[in-house]
Ligand binder design. Structure first.
Ligand code: ATP
Ligand code: MG
Length: 352
């Protein structure tokens, strides 16, 4: 097949892990005879430096016409002055909005070789395989905000349509997994959560009779994620709850550096990025874990290009590299491999 893929390296360790991901993407193309045309563009701080804005028109246009977008990370201390008019993160928010990406998928599947790195007892973690689907366009992050001398407010708002589409996406994903969806809300207190629960219940009942839907309050869900993470398959929730729960869930895997994500809408184009940020503390040293970025390539192949076999192949290559003990410093400080060594190990298994 032929696919047009936009690559946005971004800031900090973004370019380092993106280079690893691109090498893997090219190797997949060669091995399976696909023609992947890659277009590199600027976003975030790098784009502010180059042309004064975090999402240049040229970058946005390229993304609109692409089959998929692969992103590193944006942000860093150089651009973090709170008085600055333009900030790197605005570029990413604007891109997600412009592409209509409303569902953020974060799979968490702790690998046997890295169980020891997680702050949770290994026996609770083996067999954990969950997928958090976070709503990305609504809720309190986007509602009206007010501020006066001694008070402030943030409005949390959701429409039925916004809830329906993300719940539908979660149920579709569950169909290809274990058929179980946990919808997370705070329906005992919040009106938006009552609407969320009613809507999720109706969508699952009317359109997905084969799916088992359960509801959890967000506070108890925060506890269950740590005490019985194996009990969950697909977890769907609104924007802020998802933000918090996905960071929590990521710790089940042992390191932020391991986890990929996909942001999807109704069009074919999706945005794929590791869940970690630009990690300025380790940028430029060649020690960042590239696995989250490489596994984001697997998600890109599966969700935007429909190449499930190739996606499995990338995931197995990462798994084999971890099994072989080729681990970066976040996972094995005492005997750490570099970004380049981990990438080479993945490539070796991919082409074996
Ligand atoms: P952002 O605001 O962009 O999400 P953040 O403040 O959450 O960023 P990160 O940049 O994700 O922070 O980094 C958090 C910590 O995790 C840092 O100590 C960083 O070095 C480490 N870290 C993040 N990504 C990786 C990686 N790929 N490999 C190794 N360590 C990483
Ligand atoms: Mg963060």
């Amino acid at each position: 097949m032929h696919a047009e893929i936009v690559v946005l390296p971004g800031d900090g360790i973004g370019p380092e892990v993106t280079a690893a991901a691109v090498a893997v993407l090219r190797a997949v193309g060669e091995r399976y005879r696909h023609r992947f045309t890659l277009h590199e563009h600027a976003i975030g701080g790098a784009a502010i430096d180059a042309c004064g804005e975090p999402l240049p028109e040229k970058t946005l246009t390229a993304c609109r016409y692409a089959d998929a977008v692969l992103l590193g990370a944006v942000g860093g201390p150089k651009w973090s002055d709170p008085r600055a008019k333009v900030r790197p993160e605005q570029g990413l928010l604007a891109l997600r909005k412009a592409l209509g990406l409303y569902a953020n998928l974060r799979p968490v599947r702790p690998h046997p070789a890295t169980l020891g790195a997680a702050p949770i007892k290994p026996h609770l973690l083996s067999g954990v395989d969950l997928l958090v689907v976070r709503e990305l366009t609504g809720g309190i992050y986007f509602g009206d905000k007010t501020r006066d001398a001694d008070s402030a407010s943030d409005v949390c708002r959701y429409s039925v349509g916004e809830i329906e589409r993300v719940v539908r996406r979660a149920c579709e994903l569950a169909r290809r997994r274990r058929g179980h969806v946990t919808s997370v809300d705070k329906a005992n207190v919040l009106e938006t959560s009552r609407l969320w629960r009613e809507t999720a219940t109706r969508v699952a009942r009317d359109e997905f009779p084969d799916i088992v839907l359960e509801h959890q309050l967000v506070d108890s869900m925060a506890m269950h994620l740590l005490s019985r993470p194996r009990a969950f398959d697909v977890v769907v929730t609104e924007n802020m709850f998802g933000d918090i729960l996905t960071d929590e869930a990521s710790m089940l895997a042992g390191s932020m550096g391991l986890l990929p994500s996909a942001s999807l809408g109704d069009e074919r184009v999706g945005l794929y990025e590791p869940i970690h940020g630009s990690a300025p503390d380790i940028a430029g040293r060649g020690i960042a874990n590239p696995c989250g970025a490489i596994l984001s390539v697997a998600m890109l192949l599966r969700h935007s290009l429909g190449l499930a076999l190739e996606a499995d192949c990338v995931e197995q290559a990462v798994s084999a590299a971890l099994d072989a003990g080729v681990l970066t410093a976040d996972l094995a400080p005492a005997r750490a491999a570099s970004t380049a060594q981990v990438t080479a190990a993945v490539l070796e298994h991919l082409t074996a």
